[in-house]
Design a protein around this ligand. Structure first.
Ligand code: CO8
Length: 259
């Protein structure tokens, strides 16, 4: 059991809440363990159609637990970061959509966790940044990598070199978040998105994720060839048969469940 992460299933959504508000949900080993457990549940429980990460209190996650950092050496730090890094790769590879509902501060590792999610919805109180430089270290869970792919080379360079924090509007402007919503409406917006995604074909959602993510990791040529293969795979599915027939018959499609 992880004390730092609360996991709850409701209406096909797996709500995963970082729950160390007294430390602004800073990442310790227990929190990484909780995140891994949540990913495992989402993988195994086929009733789950979407996963949402959010935080209790005024932070989404303020990054690594710096008080823990003060007690460990580079070997242990490497071990923890590897554990977190692998969890974030697993998060990206999940077959269901993963939404970051960023309710407040998302700094360092917190920003890195959000970036590994498929869609980032941010409260207008959210704040993002990679402040590692101020501790004399560098980001280690995607801050110099995913960030550059998301917002571009120079913007990522600036954020990592200065450690400056940016607000939700600025994050939206540079493409780091998909959408900013009123703080009080964040969860409601997540639920609206969930309903929209639940009406789609789970298989097609999975293939979209695989195809988009592949393109970011490989060359354009390789990505396009891969997309073609996945397109054919989607075309051969029962959901495609239903989706196309429903269009012709002028009715809403009824797609299958996760297998
Ligand atoms: N770690 C541990 N405790 C924290 C952290 C943190 N990252 N952030 C805040 N807290 C604690 C504070 O110590 C304080 O508790 P206490 O009063 O008991 O000391 C409580 O949370 C509230 O914080 P503040 O009083 O500081 O609140 P403010 O509103 O004044 O300031 C800030 C908020 C600006 C967010 C400030 O707390 C801050 O700068 N925090 C540190 C942020 C930071 O540097 N994060 C990056 C860490 S490095 C990193 O994330 C590398 C990622 C590597 C992957 C992770 C592997 C484990």
């Amino acid at each position: 059991m992880s004390m730092s992460v609360e996991i709850r299933k409701e209406d096909g959504i797996l709500w995963v809440k970082f729950n160390r508000p007294e430390a602004l949900n800073a990442i310790n080993e227990d929190l990484v363990k909780g995140l891994r457990r949540a990913i495992e549940s989402a993988r195994e429980d086929k009733e789950v159609r979407m996963m949402v990460l959010t935080g209790e209190g005024r932070a989404f996650c303020a990054g690594a637990d710096v008080k823990m950092f003060a007690k460990i050496d580079a070997y242990k730090a490497r071990e923890i970061i590897e554990d977190l890094g692998k969890a974030l790769e697993d998060l990206e590879d999940l077959e269901i959509p993963v939404i970051a509902a960023v309710n407040g501060l998302a700094l360092g590792g917190g920003c890195e966790i959000a970036m590994a999610c498929d869609i980032i919805l941010a409260s207008d109180r959210a704040v993002f940044g990679q402040p590692e430089i101020n501790l004399g270290i560098i980001p280690g869970a995607g801050g110099t990598q995913r960030l550059a792919r998301i917002v571009g080379w120079k913007k990522a360079m600036e954020l990592c070199l200065t450690g400056d924090r940016i607000d939700a509007r600025e994050a939206e402007k540079i493409g780091l978040v998909n959408r900013v919503v009123q703080h009080e409406k964040l969860i409601e917006e997540v639920k609206i998105l969930a309903e929209k995604l639940k009406a789609k074909s789970p298989k097609a959602l999975m293939l979209v994720k695989q195809s988009v993510n592949r393109g970011f990791k490989r060359s354009l040529k390789d990505g396009i060839e891969y997309e073609r293969d996945l397109f054919a795979l989607s075309f051969a599915s029962k959901d495609a048969e239903e989706g196309i027939r429903a269009f012709v018959e002028k009715r809403a499609p009824k797609f299958g469940t996760r297998e």
